[in-house]
Design a protein around this ligand. Structure first.
Ligand SMILES: Cc1ncc(C[n+]2csc(CCOP(=O)(O)OP(=O)(O)O)c2C)c(N)n1
Ligand SMILES: [Mg+2]
Length: 385
């Protein structure tokens, strides 16, 4: 490799410089993606060498992944049947969400985007409250102070700044808690995320940036976000970044624990890139067959996060068939409860959105409210008889 030179360059490169650059550019790469449980359900090392390995934890992770998928399937069906306005499915991302959520402490505070239903479940948010939001009958859904799980943010990437500010205040108050921002591969291209990385780095903010790289930002592939692996972006800001197999719940859990220990020790932020895949549509308004292939889907189906843990639990003798039946039943019961409660949710009496956008009303707002109410009245059925 030769470096471009110019007559106007003040100094020529020192002898050997270009060779050193070449050697650096072509050095063998470190293994990029940490994995502990292969897609075939085998451990990469004996259990005693696997950080955090414990059969009970594995069963809990399995249960919460199955429940998350069950809730997701039910909510998707509810949307299709007209009971919800919209639903962003999480299918495929159960390990990334459940594995990381179980590595958190109760006093940590999560800033989710809009697909983190599995994290919400693990933080103790009632799934009924999550679907309440997507039915459009509440402006929020739950009280974040009860669960340490903030309200969803639909403005892509914006909450990484909120998490950073929150983390800075945690540090200032001598807290050992961490803030966690869940965001996507698409969000990583937002200016807000770049600013959050800068602020977090220079202030040693105790914040975990947890990027679920599910390969797509609606119809935009991850190759349009960055040329190299996303996790390496952290290195440019001066903090660690690692990539983990996001469909390996054991590895996600271990890496997140490691990252949080690092953060709690006052070392500043950490980026985890969970390499995963969104199996469903971006939202129920999207048709992914327009932009991705069946072959790609099959590739990822073979890497299903739940299937591989089930194989391992069975083969290692950590779970009997009755355990799996019990978990299925729990997931079914919860899905039924969600369906029952969604159908009984009262409609909001007034278009509350007009009450909260501005501190004081004004003529344009009043006109918009009038038009909105008139539009709604147009759906009223005439009295029978
Ligand atoms: C600031 C902003 N720009 C654009 C959008 C529209 N939008 C909603 S989701 C999305 C894609 C986000 O992709 P990614 O960050 O990878 O998250 P994923 O949906 O894959 O979980 C876009 C562009 C938005 N909500 N906010
Ligand atoms: Mg994405």
């Amino acid at each position: 490799m030769t470096l471009p030179t110019s007559d106007r360059s003040p100094t020529a490169p020192a002898p050997g410089f270009t060779d050193a650059v070449h050697a650096f550019m072509t050095r063998p790469q470190e293994p990029e993606t940490l994995q502990l449980l292969t897609p075939a359900g085998t451990l990469v090392a004996p259990p005693e060498e696997i950080p955090g390995y414990a059969p009970e934890l594995l069963r809990t992770l399995y249960r919460d992944m199955v429940i998350s998928r069950g809730l997701d399937t039910e909510a998707t069906a509810l949307q299709r049947q007209g009971e919800l306005g919209l639903w962003p499915p999480l299918a495929g991302q159960e390990a990334a969400q459940v594995g990381s959520a179980h590595a958190l402490r109760p006093d940590d505070y999560v800033f989710p985007s809009y697909r983190e239903h599995g994290v919400a479940w693990c933080r103790g948010v009632d799934p009924v409250d999550v679907v309440r939001l997507f039915r459009g009958v509440t402006n929020g859904g739950w009280d974040p102070r009860e669960s340490g799980f903030h309200l969803y943010t639909l403005v892509v990437g914006a909450h990484t700044l909120h998490a950073t500010g929150y983390a800075m205040s945690l540090a200032k108050n001598g807290s050992e808690a961490a803030a966690v921002a869940y965001f996507g591969d698409g969000a990583s291209s937002e200016g807000d995320v770049a600013e959050a990385f800068t602020f977090a780095a220079v202030h040693d903010a105790p914040v975990l940036f947890f990027c679920q790289n599910n390969q797509w930002a609606i119809s935009e592939p991850v190759t349009r976000q960055q040329r190299g692996p996303l996790y390496r972006r952290a290195h440019g800001y001066g903090f660690p970044g690692v990539r983990v197999d996001g469909n390996d719940v054991l590895a996600v859990h271990a890496v997140t624990r490691f990252a949080l220990d690092h953060i709690r020790s006052g070392n500043g932020p950490f980026l985890v890139e969970a390499f995963t895949y969104r199996m469903g549509a971006h939202t129920t308004s999207d048709d992914p067959t327009r932009y991705r292939t069946q072959t790609e889907l099959e590739y990822w189906r073979a890497r299903d996060p739940i299937a591989r843990l089930r194989v391992h639990l069975t083969e290692a003798g950590h779970a009997a068939p009755s355990f799996f039946e019990e978990v299925e039943e729990q997931a079914r019961d919860l899905a039924h409860r969600v369906r029952r409660e969604v159908r009984n949710m009262p409609d909001p009496q007034r278009p509350a959105v007009f009450d909260h956008v501005y501190a004081e009303g004004h003529a344009v707002l009043e006109e918009e409210r009038r038009q909105f109410e008139e539009y709604h009245r147009s759906f009223a059925r005439p009295e029978s008889g």
